[in-house]
Every structure is written in C-alpha cells, then in structure tokens.
Design a binder for this molecule. Structure first.
Ligand SMILES: Cc1ncc(COP(=O)(O)O)c(C=O)c1O
Length: 440
C-alpha cells in the first residue's frame, strides 16, 4: 500500500491522495507508527468512480442560517474578536459550555477550571493522549472505534488493547444488538491500563450504551484506577427509544472522566474547529499543559459565535424550536428514509440509536468471490470498491474502524444520513441499480 504523510480524513474535501505523497525520509520516529492509512486505496478509486456519496461522514448542507449569521456578525464587530483570546477557552464560551453541561452532568461546572476549548474534539482527544499516557501504558479501545484513537495511542507510545462490540444476534437489526462481552472486557484491564476510550453514541455503529453497560465499564475503571475519555460528540443525536447516559454521571466517575463534545456535531459546523472537554480540574489541567505547548489558543470569532449559539439554545432548551431538538428530528426523518430506501433495495439494516451513521449488511448483493479483487483487503473494503466500480456509489467500509476484529464488520458498509433530500433522492436512483443475487 502506498504510504503517505499525515492522515487522509474521511470527510476531507481534499481527501484524494497525490501520487508523490510517500513517506518523507526525514519524518521523526514517533510518526512512523502512524503512517498506515486505510482510506488511501479507497480514496483513489472513489475519485475515479464515485457519482453519489452515501458514506462520507459530514453534513452536506449548512445548519440553520442563524448559526452562520452569528459568525458573520462577530467577524464584523470590531477588533475585540479578531485578536487572541484566553488560552483555556474564550470566557464567554467556557461559561456557556459550563451552563450547558452542568445540568447534563448533574453538577455545577466551574467554567474557569473544569472546561477547556480545543480545535475540535480532535484536539481534546490529542491533548488527553499527550498529557495522560506514558510510554507502555495501555489504552483500551472498543472496536469499532473512531480511527484516530489508535494512531493517537501509538503516537504517545501507548499500547492499544482492543475489545470488540460483538453482535448478540445473528443478524443485528438495531445498534443495540451490538454489545461488549463483560468477561472479555474485564480480561483487557490490567495494572498497565491507563485509559478507556468510550465513544457514546458510537461511530460507526450508532450504538448508545445503556446505563447497565456503562455501569460495567465504570466499575472496571474504578477497580483498576483507569481514566475514561468519553467522546460524546454525537450527544445531541440520540433518537427516541434510547437514552444518552453520560458515564461521568455514574458514581465515582466524575473524578476520572473527561467528557468530550464539539460544535462540529452539535451545530453541524465541522469546519469551524471548535470542540471542548469537561472534567475535573486535575485532568483538564493536564490537557491544558498539552494545549498550551501546542495549539495554545483557538480562534476567537468562532468561539464567540459558538458561545452565542449555545446561549440561545440554552434559553429554549426544552422547546421544540431548540436547534438540538430540531436537528435530531430532521436527522431522525432522514435516518428513517435511508433505512427504508436501503431495506427496499435488499440491504439488511442495523438501525442506529444515535449518530448520523447506519450500518447495512451487503451480502444479499454479492458473494465474496464476486468482489474478490485479488488483494488482501477485508470483504467490506472489497465490497465498497466493487460498489464504486459497478454502481458508482461511495460508502465507508467499517473495518477501517477496527484492528483485531475486522471480521465482525466485514459484511457491512457504513452509510451517512446527513444528506440533503435531493441527494437522498439521487441515492435512491442509484440504489435502484442494485439487484439482490436471488433476483438476478
Ligand atoms: C467519534 C468522533 N469523535 C471525534 C470526531 C472529531 O470531531 P471534531 O470535528 O469536533 O474534531 C469525530 C468526527 O467525525 C467523530 O466521529
């Protein structure tokens, strides 16, 4: 496989690799372990064949106009918002975050010491890894996991320890059908375990962990004195029927949990790069040391704009016109439409309880022999490539989110429902070209 420097982000507009992007000779050792990039092969093929993209994980239309207008207002308001702001987070924003998350976490949050603003959730994760993991420390990653967890663990010379979500039934119809095996989970904890990385709701399955499942995780964290990094960027995208329990609210967990969220998902502005962590002062202090010696401070206008947006949403948090509720309801309708479209054509759908992703089982359309392209790629990658070449539909192979248990998701591809109605219509047309094998 071609190697290249840095990550090709699955959602990046500039995600097509160029042929000359090989490993630079002068690259420092610490990045040598982070070169593997599973998106590369598929990016090249996608650039050539994709006509409709139902995989890429970002909104393809802007959020509510007021959100955009808030930023343009701020940008024109004079010098105050055009200069550096407080390193740990713009004052108005940390206050807004504390006011928003206090009730969610069931405690008063000190905006000055228990919140840090970062360049997206990415930097919250990065500063947590940099400031908490020593070489040789073990980091438990729940498969399938958001792909950067692994490279960030390796970058700080930690050891990733994988534990899979396993389907509890032969053909899962809901993300709730994927669960951790408590004994297997327990076997992964040791004296060397430093962090548990939880992603709730989870990308790519859309699982929302139940209270009982979180209690098992919490008990193990407490028993082994492990810090939990809870990536909850999809916290506002939990659909009716599921309840988003924040692990930091369980007894004994606040003091050992960093809860991460972001404007990328809450306000659908992935390009603004505003994220944050909320947690006990000593853990936020650790992140702050990494932040101050790296990115130092985040953009002032985007922080001011997000602060104003949060303030507005807080003033109508329980009302139907609250952006978080409206966005969730819009996406619920889109989720249901995509589920129906996928089922109609013959995919077996695993309906997500949260996030904007859904996993569909593709095995009705092709045998492993049909998609075998002579490489050692996993079957989901081979199907995704087959689908691109034969039907011009781009999807995401979920084994890219796994390391040791790729086989568990080999029969699936991940779709994203955060698409305009026009694009969903177009996807429907392209789906119509697919015929289940038994009908051929
Ligand atoms: C689970 C998860 N965590 C973190 C991020 C990164 O979010 P941000 O854009 O705030 O950096 C993503 C983006 O797709 C994600 O899916």
């Amino acid at each position: 496989m071609l190697q290249m420097v840095g990550a090709v982000r699955e959602g990046s507009r500039e995600s097509s690799p160029s042929a000359d992007m090989t490993t630079p000779k002068r690259l420092a050792n610490r990045y040598q372990q982070c070169l593997e990039n599973m998106w590369l092969d598929i990016c090249e093929i996608k650039a050539k064949y994709s006509e409709v993209d139902v995989g890429v994980g970002l909104p393809d239309y802007p959020p509510s106009e007021y959100i955009q207008r808030t930023l343009s207002d701020v940008a024109l308001e004079g010098n105050e918002y055009l200069q550096y702001t407080r390193d740990q987070g713009h004052l108005r924003l940390v206050k807004a975050i504390a006011a928003l998350h206090g009730p969610l976490l069931g405690r008063d949050i000190d905006p000055m010491t228990e919140v840090i603003v970062t360049h997206g959730a990415y930097e919250s994760l990065h500063t947590a890894f940099l400031s908490l993991v020593n070489p040789g420390d073990e980091v438990i990653l729940i498969e399938p996991f958001f792909d950067v967890y692994k490279s960030m663990t390796k970058l700080v010379e930690g050891t990733p320890v994988y534990v899979p979500l396993r389907p509890s039934v032969e053909s899962p119809t809901s993300s709730a059908d994927w669960a951790l095996d408590p004994q297997e989970l327990e076997s992964k904890f040791s004296a060397k375990t430093k962090l548990l990385i939880l992603n709730n709701p989870n990308n790519p399955i859309g699982k929302v962990f139940k209270r009982e499942e979180l209690e098992v995780l919490a008990a193990l964290c407490i028993k082994h004195d492990v810090i939990c990094i809870s990536d909850e960027v999809y916290e506002w995208l939990v659909y009716p029927g599921a309840e988003h329990v924040r692990i930091a609210t369980l007894p004994g967990m606040w003091e050992r949990t960093i809860t991460i969220s972001s404007a990328s998902k809450s306000f659908s502005v992935t390009g603004w790069r505003v994220g944050w962590s909320v947690g006990p002062k000593d853990l936020i202090d650790c992140q702050m040391i990494a932040h101050q010696n790296g990115d130092a401070t985040c953009g002032t206008p985007v922080q001011e704009a997000i602060a104003r947006c949060i303030e507005l949403e807080l003033s109508r948090i329980d009302q139907p016109d609250c952006h978080f509720t409206q966005q969730r309801d819009d996406l619920l309708a889109k989720r249901d439409r995509l589920v129906e479209m996928a089922r109609e054509v013959g995919f077996k759908v695993c309906v997500p309880e949260g996030s904007y992703f859904l996993m569909v089982d593709w095995t009705a359309f092709a045998t492993k022999e049909m998609i075998d392209n002579g490489t050692d790629a996993t079957s989901d990658f081979q199907f995704a490539i087959w689908l691109l070449k034969n039907h011009h539909i781009a999807t995401i192979p979920p084994s890219a989110f796994c390391e040791e248990n790729k086989h568990l998701v080999g029969n699936y591809v991940r779709l994203c429902c955060f698409k305009t109605d026009e694009l969903l219509n177009k996807i429907k047309t392209y789906f119509a070209s697919l015929k289940p094998l038994e009908d051929v």
